[in-house]
Design a protein around this ligand. Structure first.
Ligand code: SF4
Length: 401
């Protein structure tokens, strides 16, 4: 039996996470949420494969209302992903067991309302409908106010974590951009956790994800040392296609689990919806490895220097050609595997623009075209047929500079 970091337990539908409970595997539907039959079928298939919980994205009122019918067609424990529209929580809450919000997306809708008021509202809804919550921090879409001490609206007098502890964690890692990002992610997670507890709400877990395995390890280790009582959901975001995506996830998650950190996990793979159960199979592999004391490190496997990060796709994906596009990018760039360049390929406008910012070259998908970026600069928008040759040309120029 794996030794667990003894967090508190929280109930999510019929599932309990934390404490001495086994690690729960999660996945996410990549169907359009309004396609009720396909989404319900995916939830059932994932549950049969071993998912303890399945997440569904909602963006519109129509998506939210579809959950009523999806709930009737599946017995799976359901989690819902709110992105920019926190107000949808009220419509979805009666039909789901957990609501995940990203602190980095709370400021989008109704910016005149403080994040505290929005979180208060989400908590009120969670209490009313018996839901758990997840504070889902993502290093690619951080809360702009997340820098330490940068949020005058947060009253630190109610903190349970001493400022010294936070500052120590922050001071340990302030030297470069990656460490700053980790600090900001950590700060955001701690800030939201403290705020929830100041309202006497404890039925929540936290995730701090990044596409960089080292960042995932560092952020989660620091969070677990600061707040060992709060259950953690682990994941390497935008891990990409298998087998690389599985290996990168193992690099990030196995060291943490071996230390007893992590109560649920998701391996986010860029695969078509009908192969989503591969995420559960990869999760099982990781748990088996931990049981057998096998921990993958970079001494055993080093990722190619040419790094493709790509999202797993979800209901928000703008064009069904997304997964094929990632495959084409991988095939077209195989000859560059020893060149240290990072290319990010994202499926939609919600996370695409922000989560390609840290890559050398970024592609994010629109409904009919793909946006090509270098760093934070948009270079142009091209059709799905044109984009791979344009990318190769841009890579050539990038190497010459
Ligand atoms: S970037 Fe991909 S996984 Fe993230 S919201 Fe968009 S389509 Fe979904």
């Amino acid at each position: 039996m794996m030794i667990q970091n003894r967090t508190r337990e929280i109930k999510i539908g019929t599932v309990i996470i934390g404490g001495s409970q086994p690690v729960v595997l999660q996945s996410m539907a990549a169907t359009k949420t309004a396609d009720i039959a396909a989404t319900a079928e995916t939830c059932q298939r994932l549950a049969e494969a071993g998912a303890g919980m399945v997440r569904i994205a909602v963006d519109t009122q129509h998506d939210a209302e579809s959950l009523r019918e999806i709930r009737k067609r599946t017995t799976t424990t359901l989690s819902v992903d709110l992105q920019e529209n926190y107000r949808l929580a009220e419509i979805v809450a009666p039909y789901v067991d957990k609501i995940r919000y990203n602190p980095g997306h709370l400021h989008h809708a109704e910016p005149e309302i403080s994040w505290q008021k929005k979180v208060e509202r989400i908590i009120e809804i969670a209490r009313k409908y018996d839901c758990a919550l997840r504070i889902g921090v993502n290093c690619g879409s951080l809360d702009p106010s997340a820098t330490a001490g940068n949020d005058p609206m947060f009253d630190r007098t109610s903190n349970r974590v001493s400022d010294n502890a936070i500052n120590n964690a922050i001071n340990n890692a302030i030297n470069d951009t990656i460490n700053n990002t980790i600090n900001n992610a950590l700060n955001s997670a701690v800030k939201h956790a403290d705020f929830m507890e100041s309202l006497d709400f404890r039925r929540f877990c936290v995730s701090i994800k990044s596409s960089d395995p080292k960042a995932v390890i560092s952020a989660n280790r620091q969070f677990a040392s600061l707040r060992h009582d709060i259950p953690l959901h682990l994941g390497l975001t935008e891990a990409g296609m298998p087998p690389e995506g599985v290996m990168k996830s193992r690099l990030a998650l196995e060291p943490l689990l071996a230390e007893g950190i992590g109560n649920t996990l998701r391996v986010s793979l860029t695969v078509p919806n009908n192969r989503k159960q591969e995420e559960i199979e990869a999760g099982k592999l990781i748990l088996r490895n931990i049981e057998q004391g096998k921990i993958l490190t970079t001494a055993d496997w080093t990722p190619d220097r040419f790094n493709i990060i790509s999202c797993p796709s979800c209901a928000r994906v703008e064009n069904d050609r997304f997964v094929m596009l990632v495959q084409q990018v991988r095939e077209a760039t195989r000859f560059m595997k020893d060149i240290p360049i990072t290319v990010a390929v994202m499926g939609c406008r919600v996370n695409g623009p922000g989560e390609t910012d840290h890559a050398d070259i970024g592609l994010w998908c629109g409904a009919k075209s793909v946006n090509l970026k270098r760093g934070t600069t948009l270079l142009g928008t091209f059709s799905y047929d044109e984009i791979v040759p344009k990318l190769l040309k841009e890579l050539e120029q990038f190497q010459q500079q």
